[in-house]
Design a protein around this ligand. Structure first.
Ligand SMILES: *Cc1c(COP(=O)(O)O)cnc(C)c1O
Length: 475
């Protein structure tokens, strides 16, 4: 479709010499240009750009945008991604000229408001996690993971403990966890699950040894299950001198209810764009802020914001791993998270309560028709399996025809035909009822019919293997 529309913009709408712009006249002589530019950089032929007028361009992009799927157009229960409504007040805050017009090199005294926002957000995240030190540098959850594991690595280097070469990763982990471990030059070792979908503590005991640097745990995990043995898990690691790292992508299930520090977590990342509402997906923007214990604090990236009397300063922590991003991270996302947390205040815990209630409502209504692999209430997301003989992929494609973004499918890897549904707290009971209605209807459909889906989307079913192997990044 993209090929068709963009192609048609050139072929059908384009006319030679038609213009949708005016540019100032060209004031450089061609001969001068040849003196300053290398020969190979000078274009010999006109670029084949669409020659179209302004209405054609506007219609083209508006129609393309209408084919896009977003939380502002439809329900988006994509498990583990926390696609909640993004309050417009956040956008208004991020657009305030005093913030949006700041230059990253502006002197500290001219950027006091921005530094104060960063300082206060560090404090909020510290309070939410119970951990004393924070860094806002990382620009994504995955980068927050890498930052944390690099800090752990540097801690052991600093302590002269050279044998810490492995990082343990549960079988439910997001793919970024083992990727992080290997990027930081650790060997990742998988830990299996018990019958509740939680880390198998006996297996953990067998695998932890003097080479273990950390365990990367997600809590609640990607099955939507709270790691009930978290205290014991922390003990096993700490007895062996290793750290407990928490992937905080699922903090929507914990706000005001569970402070990672109380579960003896040493270091964690937040996904500010998920939990604290920045429009995300498609690669950005994000912030993977980290929080850590006092022991790890000196290793935080450079800079953090510190307060001295009335003044705020950018400070390099004593044994910093260095910079993880240019300047001060993704400031717009930092500002939105600050605004979101200020708007909620202590009621932030309601976010978690509603998110968990919504997931359990969906779970209860689907149970019986869909299979629910793990007993007991779930947290903010629920993993289900289609009725026997049906495929998660077919149900997902069928949902598109009903006007829903499909849930995450085939993840977590430990559940066959997994469908990971995360409704979030911002959806009404009516929306959930309609969605459940569609899910139940699809479960009754003939598989041959579902194999055709989606019928009403701009593109029919894609050959996903070919798309991944022979990616065409342009039309
Ligand atoms: C989203 C997610 C990540 C990665 O976060 P990004 O911000 O996309 O880099 C890591 N772990 C889990 C469990 C996630 O859901």
């Amino acid at each position: 479709m993209l090929e068709k529309t963009l192609g048609s913009l050139i072929r059908d709408k384009g006319r030679e010499g038609r213009r949708g712009y005016t540019l100032p006249g060209f004031d450089v002589e061609k001969t001068d240009l040849e003196k300053v530019l290398p020969q190979k950089s000078i274009r010999k032929e006109k670029p084949g750009l669409p020659e179209v007028d302004e209405p054609a361009v506007i219609r083209h992009y508006t129609n393309l945008s209408r084919k896009n799927w977003g939380i502002d157009t439809n329900f988006y229960p994509l498990g583990s991604c926390t696609m909640k409504h993004n309050p417009r007040a956040n956008e208004a805050a991020a657009a305030v000229p005093g913030f949006s017009g700041l230059h990253p090199l502006q002197p500290e005294k001219e950027a006091r408001g921005a530094l104060r926002v960063m300082y206060e957000l560090q404090g909020f995240l510290s309070e939410i996690s119970g951990l004393p030190a924070v860094s806002l540098q990382p620009m994504a959850g995955a980068q927050g993971e890498l930052t944390s594991i690099l800090m752990v690595k540097k801690y052991f280097e600093d302590a002269g403990d050279e044998g810490r070469t492995t990082v343990l990763v549960p079988a439910t982990a997001h793919g970024t966890n083992p990727a992080t471990a290997s990027m930081a030059d650790f060997k990742s070792v998988e830990v299996g699950l018990d019958e509740h979908g939680c880390v198998d503590v006996d297996e953990l005991r067998e695998k932890v040894d003097e080479t273990t640097a950390a365990l990367m745990i997600t809590n609640p995990n990607t099955c939507g299950v709270y790691e009930r043995n978290i205290a014991e898990i922390a003990e096993v690691l700490h007895e062996n001198g290793a750290f407990l790292y928490m992937d905080g992508a699922n903090m929507n299930a914990n706000l005001g209810r569970m402070r990672p520090a109380d579960a003896a977590v040493d270091i964690m990342h937040f996904n500010l764009h998920k939990t604290f509402s920045t429009p995300h997906g498609g690669g950005g923007p994000g912030c993977g802020a980290i929080a850590c214990s006092a022991a790890l604090a000196p290793f935080r990236p450079d800079p953090t914001v510190e307060k001295d009397g009335d003044a705020f300063h950018l400070v390099r922590p004593a044994k910093s791993i260095g910079r993880m991003s240019t300047f001060h991270g993704n400031f717009g996302v930092i500002l939105k998270a600050w605004n979101y947390i200020k708007m909620h205040g202590p009621e932030l815990r309601d976010v978690t309560e509603m998110a968990v209630l919504n997931a359990n409502y969906v779970r209860a209504r689907l149970k019986g028709v869909y299979r629910v692999p793990y007993e007991g209430p779930c947290k903010h997301e629920v993993v289900v399996q289609p009725p026997k003989g049906m495929k998660a992929l077919d149900i997902a494609k069928g949902l598109i025809d009903h006007g829903y973004h499909p849930p995450t499918i085939y993840f977590p890897l430990v559940v066959k035909e997994a469908m990971l549904i995360e409704p979030t707290e911002t959806e009404s009971k009516e929306t959930l009822d309609d969605f459940v209605g569609a899910m139940l209807e699809l479960a009754e459909s003939a598989t041959e019919d579902l194999e055709e889906a989606p019928i009403h989307a701009p593109t029919r079913r894609l050959d996903e293997t070919r798309a991944a192997r022979q990616l065409k990044a342009r039309w």
